[in-house]
Design a protein around this ligand. Sequence first.
Ligand SMILES: [Zn+2]
Length: 94
Amino acid sequence: MSEQLDMFDTRDYDAEAEAKAAWKSRMIPAEWVAPEDCMAGPAGTVVQGWKCPACGKIEINGFVLSINHGIDPDIPGREDLLDHCISMDLRRVS
Ligand SMILES: [Zn+2]
């Protein structure tokens, strides 16, 4: 069954904008420094990125923060991820 379209547009845009602004105010902008030559530029290039509020790791942009830590700075999400990080680190198996 397909989703019913809303012809009368009953979304509460003010509430959505308020929730988005509240979420965005909890995000932490941070400078990300390229550890090696990469798509951002040569090693040492500084890019405005985002810091995970749970683990503190700085990512190059909101998309990488989203896929690695589950938090998108632009899209309000799960409150529990603000103090519980879901990122994983690769570790050498010996
Ligand atoms: Zn994290």
